[in-house]
Design a protein around this ligand. Structure first.
Ligand code: PLP
Length: 296
């Protein structure tokens, strides 16, 4: 770290994000306490971990004199939305490179990005897989001009350094932090910010996400120059793949909403929370454990 606190521009962020206990009999039965770290309340437009990942990226872009940001994501990417909002509030032009073909009318997420001034472009799935290779990047720069390239999910060195600040905001004793894992940056950063015997558990939201274990290690190397051994990924709760879901996930979301008045996002939060309750039920957490679950 050691970086000075970046300017938050016109963005009124709520930090530290609130920590609230989740009271639920299904947890009491196993004597596990769960607290929600409400990163979803950091800003109405920039979901929480996306802000954490963007803040040092924006600071670096500004320092390097860039006026344009370019990033990548799927058509429902929260990161693409967050970049569009950040561009709007911080005065950067933004380009969103979207995986796959254009589908009209645009979905609500992409309509929002365009409303915030983002220029959208599309790469077929084969080219998208090669998006970090020099020829693909050069073609994008040819089309859109010089720009600061922020990787998919905002996960890079500055991104994970931003996420490493989350544990330090938690003022209670806790054993485990749980989060949803898409590109791996959030869990990589959180794990690096833990102390003592605390551990981080990332619930992969994509199918075949085993590559993410190596990716988390790579991101820790990029962000901190060291890897930590205090984290693990759970691969059993992807519900068929990224942005896919099954009826039992829908029922879980509805039931959670009824019990707690919180509508979990089905791409990320619901899969993590389903997995967390499943593991509590199977006795994976010792009695007396305290878990912090991150909503973003
Ligand atoms: C992006 C996102 C994640 C995943 O974070 P990664 O750093 O990509 O692993 C988790 N939860 C929510 C709500 C998100 O928007």
């Amino acid at each position: 770290m050691g970086t000075t606190e970046p300017d938050t521009g016109g963005l009124a962020v709520v930090l530290p994000s609130p920590l609230v206990e989740l009271r639920d009999l299904r947890l009491d039965e196993h004597e596990v306490r769960v607290y929600l770290k409400r990163d979803d309340l950091i800003h109405p437009e920039v979901s929480g971990n996306k802000w954490r990942k963007l803040k040092y990226n924006l600071a670096a872009a500004k320092e390097q004199g860039h006026s344009r940001l370019l990033t990548f994501g799927g058509a429902y990417s929260n990161h693409v939305r967050a970049m569009a909002a950040a561009g709007y509030y911080f005065g950067f032009e933004t380009v969103g490179v979207i995986r796959g073909e254009e589908h009209l009318p645009l979905n609500e997420s992409l309509v929002y990005a365009v409303d915030r001034g983002m220029t959208l472009t599309y790469l077929d799935r084969t080219t998208y897989r090669r998006k970090t290779e020099p020829d693909v990047l050069a073609a994008l720069v040819d089309d859109f001009g010089p720009c600061c390239v922020v990787p998919e999910g905002g996960s890079n060195g500055p991104g994970v350094r931003g996420c490493a600040e989350l544990p330090g905001e938690i003022e209670i004793d806790f054993d485990v932090v749980c989060c949803a894992t898409g590109s791996g940056g959030t869990v990589a950063g959180i794990a690096a910010g833990l102390t003592g015997n605390q551990r981080a558990l990332g619930f992969a939201v994509l199918k075949g996400g085993q590559f993410l274990d190596a990716e988390v290690r790579r991101l820790q190397g990029e962000g901190f120059g060291v890897e930590t051994a205090n984290w693990a990924l759970v691969h059993d709760f992807h519900f068929g793949g990224y942005a896919k879901h099954k009826p039992e996930l829908g029922s879980f979301i509805a039931d959670f909403d009824t019990r707690h008045g919180i509508t979990l996002d089905w791409v990320y939060e619901a899969k993590m929370m389903y997995g967390l309750f499943d593991r509590v039920a199977s006795g994976a957490f010792a009695r007396g454990s305290t878990v912090v679950a991150v909503l973003s």
